[in-house]
Design a protein around this ligand. Sequence first.
Ligand code: HPA
Length: 277
Amino acid sequence: MDRHDYGAALAAIGARHEGPFPATALILGSGLGRFAEAMKVTAEIPYADIPGFPVSTVAGHAGRLLIGTAAGLPLAAMQGRMHLYEGYPAARLAIPIRTLRLLGVERLIITNAAGSLRKAWGPGTLMAIRDHINLSGQNPLAGPNDDRFGARFFDMSEAYDSALRARLAVAARAEGITLREGVYAQVLGPNFETPAEIRMLSRMGADAVGMSTVPECLVARHAGMRVLGLSLITNHAAGIAGHALSHEETMAEGDKAYEMMKRLFLRFFREFEEESG
Ligand code: HPA
């Protein structure tokens, strides 16, 4: 979006949060919003109170910005996110990420629920995102470039930061959690894919498929933030699953794997805090 005025959003957040803003932000995907309970929350701001923030319409996406700490590490968390399939112009998805950037966020951790294209990676698998394929047909950066954040053309060779991913792998090992690594393909949705689409994605080199994450990653990379992506596999993708897919299954599997994800992140944050603090 061309030269959007972030002043009102920054003022709304500033009125509810004093002191330095966390350098790390976490976007909580489907079924993972409960992570708020693992945080010491000092401010909780509904998106509706932040001018320009789109308000999510999906069940399981609460729509609040949380500020506080997790395992001692200062952290901002977006509880609930907006999706392209909700019909927002892609550029609007840039606003929350750019607001975080202006507040001083340097690292963005993006989580999502995803379908697995690998038979051996069933529901409950955690997959660190090594790279993505944007099949949504949209891009939040289309339109005039906002050069306050970054250059028109920018590099995506390391969209997902390998150093952050390595640290996540260390935390997983320490917790005895199996962490896979793979390529995430984003489709527009809102339907789950057809089996033919899943076969296509598989041949393209995707390991998981979902309906989010890529817009946030693009906006963050444009603005020079480091990105860590984590997919929680909630189902085998269409044609691999052997049964019909549903949002209820996604939410239920998210719920089951939640404790594992929480443990992984708390260990990751604690070690981060100890090293930097
Ligand atoms: N496809 C797309 N998005 C998803 C899926 C899926 O199978 N599971 C969870 N989100």
